[in-house]
Structures are given as structure tokens and as C-alpha cells.
Write a protein that binds this ligand. Sequence first.
Ligand SMILES: *Cc1c(COP(=O)(O)O)cnc(C)c1O
Length: 394
Amino acid sequence: MKIQSKAVHVGDRKRTPPEHVPVTTPIYTAASYFYDRSSRLDRIFGHEEHGYAYARYDNPTNVALEEVVTSMENGYGALACASGMAALQIALNAALMDRRRSVLAATAIYGATIKLLMNVLEPMGIAIHWVDICDLDAVRESIETVKPGCVLMESISNPVLRVGQIDRVAELCRAGGAALMVDSTFATPLVVRPLELGANYVIHSLTKYLNGHGDVLGGIAVTDEANFEPMKQLGRVCGPLLGPFEAYLTMRGIKTFPVRMERQCANACRVASWLASHPKVERVFFPADPAHPDADTIRRLFTPDLYGAMVSFEIRDARAPEVFAFLDALEMVVPATSLGDVHTMALYPNSSTHRDVSPAQRARLGIRENLVRLSVGIEAPEDITADLDQALRR
Ligand SMILES: *Cc1c(COP(=O)(O)O)cnc(C)c1O
């Protein structure tokens, strides 16, 4: 071979199976795969044999990530996507493909999800209805009257941390012929596993706890057996997939996810009870609070002693300028969008996640002008509270 040919062929595509097994899955960037016999590629294209043909269909790095998340959620299969929103969109499209074209969504839900429903799906002819997912009678009545093809909720809602009864909602969905989709980004499979409770789809923004290091944008949709193939087929056609670099980084992040999350949950308990007795704090929202409106559900469905690591609180007598002053005074806690990273983060829902939600709707959701959302990290808890303290006292 001449150097021009060597440059593009040597080292790659070794025919003999390697003797070694890499201990972690490498980053497969190849766009396509070939086999010694074309008949084999033919069988792979025809789904008669498992294998890789083209990166929009399957990629070994993504498959490794999909396997680990599917396993943690006790699901059947998953599709790793370029963002949480991409995962949500492809899952909603898949769920509605052969069901009634309407969605019944929890009112307390992520801001971009509201926009996806209102600005993308509704103009495409999908009817969107809303319900307080923590009010089971209202959910039953809505399912009967609206007859949705899919019910969409979050396992811990954003930002006031309400918790719906996933198992009971799942029963109502089954009776009404609707699929149940749960965005479980805030809870993670360590705290609650919606598929075990009867949900059909679980969505995660991988950007958050599962990757956990603030350096990946990604999402994943995990399903039960009946709903996997249609979603996978849609993914093959639409191509919303996560890139292999991001899949690799997320896989790396997941190795320490349970250890990080346990620490973050424990830290969040400490921060929440510290905030509750702070003179500048009017009110704290945290699922471990015995006075939480969904305390019974939390006790019933969550892993004992784990309540997630999100804490929201209201600063006494504060309006937007005072909240900005608090955020600007933070020295260690990072005042930025996102959550679930190893570092503690603070966010103002009114100017970020719920910016485009109308003031009236915000009021209905209990999102006041003095509300701050904290994602508690893995730092020493006394450093977190010390930083919050000095910023609150400015
Ligand atoms: C961040 C987030 C999303 C969207 O995920 P992206 O990765 O930003 O697209 C969806 N749901 C919840 C609850 C989130 O926190």
C-alpha cells in the first residue's frame, strides 16, 4: 500500500477479533460498519441478526449507555438522545403514534416541556390538557373526559417539588388506555423507579444527575417492552441521537452516580433543615419535610431516607432585585442554570425555567417572586450553608 492508502486504512477495521477486552466502552465514532460477508450486513439491515450497520441506527458507545440506564430503571430498552428535550419529544411522538392524539400533562412541569406541548405539539394537531397530578380525583375525571393518549408528569416537580402518586396514576392510565410518561430527571433511579410503578416511559435529562459533571447535554427515554420497538424505529428515522463522545462521558459519570447522589441527598437534608430555621428564609420546599403536602406518597414510593437533592426556598420580603443580590453574593455556590452537578447551584425560576410562564400561571403553581431553587452538590455541607448564610445576610 502507498502512504496515501495506508493513511486511511491501517490500524482500523481489524478482521481478527481482538484478544483484549477494553474495561470501559470506547468512543465509537464510525458512521458505518461492514462485515466479511455482505450477507451478514444484509441480515443486520433486516433485523434478523443483532449488529451495527449505520450510526443513526445504533452505536456501540450509545448502546452501552442505554443498557446501563435501562438496567438502573428496570426497563426494557432505551434511546439516548442529544438532549432531554429531544428524548421527551421522540418519546411523546412514539407514544401518540397509535394512540389518541392528546396529552394530559401535569400543570407543575418544566418550562421547556410546557413550550414543547403548547408551541410544537398543539400546532401539529395534538390536543393538550392540564391537570393537578397530585389530585387523583381530578386525574381520574380528566382521563375520563379528555381520553388522553398519553399522560405526562414529573416524579418530583419543578420547582416546588410536588410528588404525584405514580402507581395510582398508572392504574388510571391503564384503565383509560393512555400511556404514562414520567420525567424523572429530579428523582433519578436511585430515589424512585417509575417503570416499576407501572409507567410506560421514563425520561431523563442526562445533562443533570446521571452525567453529573456539567459537561454534557443529553437525554434518554427508557420504556417497557411493549413501547420500545416503536420508539426505536422512530429514532432510527428521525435521528435525534446522542453523540458518542457525550455517551462516553455520561457513561463515565454514571459510574459514580449512586455515590454522588447519596451524598447529594444527605447534603440536601442538612441544607433544607438549616434553611428552615434561618431568619431570612420565609419557607422551604423539600420532600423530607413531614408537613410536605405529598408526605404520604413520598414515604410510600421513595427509597427510604432519600428525598432527592433539590431544595427550593423563599427569601423573606424579597422581590427580584433582592433575589439577584443574594445570587450575586454567593461565593462558592454557582448561580447558574441546570442542576444535578457535583457543585451546588442556585437558580431563579422566574428568570430562567419559568420565564415564559404567565404571572397568573406562576401564581397558580406557587412560584413566587422570592423563590430560589437549589441543586445541592457533594461539597462539605457546612461550606454550603456558610456560603448561603453570608449571601442571605448581605
Ligand atoms: C433539564 C430538564 C429537562 C430538559 O433537558 P435538556 O437536557 O436540557 O434538554 C427536562 N426535564 C427536566 C425536569 C429538566 O430538569
